[in-house]
Design a protein around this ligand. Sequence first.
Ligand SMILES: [Mg+2]
Length: 387
Amino acid sequence: MKITSVETFAVEGLNQPLMFCAIKTDQGIVGYSEFGEGRLAQGMKGLVRDLSNQLLGEDPRAVEAHYIQMIRSTRMAYGGATWQAIAGIELALWDIKAKALEIPVYELLGGPTRSHQRVYWSHMLSYQVRSYEKLGTKPVRSYDDIREVVAQASEMGYDTFKTNIQMPGDPFVSLAQGRSGPHDQTLTTGILNAAVKQMEVIRDEVGPDMGICLDVNEHFKADGQIRLAQALEPFNLTWMELDNLDAPSVRMVKDATTTPICTGEQRLGPTSYRDLFELRAMDVCKVDVQWQGLIPARRVANMAEVYDINIAPHNFNGHLSTFQTMNLCASVTNIKISESDPVQVPWRDELVTNLPVIEQGLVSIPQDPGWGTNLNEKALKKYAAKS
Ligand SMILES: [Mg+2]
């Protein structure tokens, strides 16, 4: 079997393009992946095109060998977007290999380790606050509106959701929203009070048993992360999630609060996670398959097992991303809970041939060969990102 072409697609998404890769072979098997950061769509496409030069004409099934060759041959542009593009290719190679054997990817990795995976509703409120026009929902203008939105989680059978800080206004503004983060990553009294008020309202609405996660991304330095985590202790969060590349600072945050700390999504590959593990800096380890590929994501998951930590796969954007993530979940035994975005652009369903089956907050582990779904290339082109 030989690789005949490598193609990428950027599809219009809710807040950034959804990125896909298709690798075609001379035997008619096509491998698909969803990968990378859509805000860098043109860069991703260019990187995949550059990397594909070393793959054309090669047998796609030696996935590990191709992966390490791509990593080593790009050592002068280590990590970051380079590795996200490598992930796009590596993930599509796994799809080809498993389809050639007519088995799901997790079967290649000793799975399935489970029949279902529990997921949380992600970007709860955040998408409704920032993208109501695209979603066709009503804007969030009051704390009563917030109650109405978060009540959907239990109505849809989820037992956990994740949100961001929403700043009061008419309409509210999500702190997840691009440049709306505080200047100099400073936790102001206004933001702190808004976060506490939001959690008071949400906890009162959803009751004591609903799991609530709060993602503060890179918005605060460690001192702000500490003050916020301490202030939110009464609300018994499942975790506060943060992006902070300084592992000793994350350990300081963890030591200063009873609120569990989740981090890691920015990191790619086990070497990059090592300081977080060695410092025991996190309670829950975030791992993104789409950003780093299956080989490194699985190595990180196995490393987390060594340090007695469960991972929480990072998974938003399109459905193929969910299929890929479920194959990771079905090949390891240390998942706390996985991420799911029930809300996205209305054409998301058209992009795949199979939809993920999600009932009562549980995703069925896919059974079809490869990741468990194909992409609909006509739809990928129909909804191509405009820029
Ligand atoms: Mg996050």
